[in-house]
Design a protein around this ligand. Structure first.
Ligand code: SF4
Length: 364
């Protein structure tokens, strides 16, 4: 099989790995539009092999499935990438793999491909996946070659992982590798990310958020991705219902509050089932649950108080602070700050008066 055909097939097997990838290019199914730390770009995204010893019940590459298996040649894969780069069709690569003969066998092939690309003078963006159970040396070499490395945690607790997978040890193969990877890139510009599969087991949003917050604090994970479960034919979960994509969206919104707005896990609001409210924006939910702290006065409020107001984000909070030092706070100044006034008004006190009756909250 020629390399482009082989990569086309392997790229399809990699589609469940999230990296802010949006659309596949129509002409090249292994090219995805994405956002990297360096901005928007197109990535060549593929597995180097879809041979896998893993039996993850949700995965298209599970060893239990009878599918065509392919192992790309490292040199040919690197050549293809260099051609795409030269033609300015891509601005980076995201390479992953199934657990082929063993974790380090797969890591070696990922590393080898990236080494060839680097040896040919490519200095741009490379994202390499770390295979659960990979050795410390392989993780170190991966981090030397890549701008971003990632290792999928899959579930927030070991009990959920063991419902889905028989070979991966949660603490040893995953958490320990996250710790090693984190130590390896400490003090560099490089980033480490992870991914949860959502809805394949019985995990709650609260458990996911607790674990992701822990990963951010303890291991300086740059960001977590969430992938809503979709049943794959020929797997033990083929008859399980797909996860509601709204759940994935709410998890991303909540994650954003933690990473960009500085919310703490303990401030998040979950329902009785420990899941996020699918019908309401999570920041709004937090605000109306804590209505006693509102309304706040934008003339005097601290950054941390302003950021809690729905409709005010980090940029508008900073602008409010800057603008109020120049003139007295009023509606038009708030508008100038970029705050979403309609959303923010019920939570604000301007010129000594509430912008809306707080009782309105109960109707929201
Ligand atoms: S180890 Fe990775 S590629 Fe293999 S079955 Fe599990 S999730 Fe799929």
């Amino acid at each position: 099989m020629n390399i482009a055909k082989s990569i086309e097939m392997l790229a399809d097997s990699s589609k469940y790995d999230k990296c802010m990838c949006k659309d596949k290019s129509t002409n090249y199914p292994f090219i995805y539009e994405t956002t990297t730390p360096k901005g928007k770009c197109a990535l060549m995204k593929t597995l180097v092999s879809n041979y896998c010893k893993g039996d993850c019940k949700y995965c298209v590459n599970s060893a239990k499935r009878k599918i065509r298996r392919e192992r790309a040649n490292e040199g040919e894969l690197a050549n293809l990438f260099m051609k795409l780069d030269k033609s300015r069709l891509v601005q980076g690569a995201f390479l992953s793999s199934g657990i082929d003969k063993n974790a380090d066998f797969s890591m070696h092939r990922l590393v080898r491909t990236a080494e060839i690309i680097r040896k040919r003078g490519y200095k741009g963006y490379i994202h390499l996946k770390i295979i659960p159970g990979a050795s410390k040396d392989m993780i170190k070499r991966t981090a030397e070659l890549a701008d971003r490395i990632s290792i999928n945690i899959e579930t927030p607790k070991k009990t959920y992982l063991y419902d889905l997978v028989s070979q991966k040890d949660f603490k040893i193969d995953i958490i320990r590798r996250i710790r090693w990877a984190s130590k390896t890139i400490k003090g560099t510009y490089k980033s480490l990310t992870t991914q949860f599969i959502v809805g394949a087991s019985e995990e709650s949003d609260k458990e996911i958020m607790k674990t992701s917050s822990h990963l951010y604090e303890r291991y300086q994970i740059k960001r977590a991705f969430f992938s809503a479960f979709n049943p794959v034919k020929g797997t033990p979960l083929q008859n399980k219902s797909p996860e509601n994509s709204k759940r994935e969206y709410r998890l991303y919104q909540t994650d954003w509050l933690i990473r960009e707005y500085g919310f703490k896990f303990k401030e998040l609001v979950f329902g009785e089932n420990n899941n996020l409210d699918l019908k309401m924006d999570p920041k709004y939910k937090i605000a109306i649950t804590n209505r006693d702290i509102f309304p706040i006065d934008p003339e005097k409020a601290t950054y941390n108080e302003l950021i809690k107001v729905p409709g005010i984000g980090p940029t508008s909070a900073n602008r409010i602070i800057r603008l109020r030092n120049q003139e007295k706070m009023n509606k038009s100044l708030l508008k100038k700050s970029g705050a979403a006034l309609k959303r923010a008004s019920p939570f604000l006190k301007i010129d000594g008066s509430f912008q809306n009756n707080l009782a309105a909250f109960s109707k929201i």
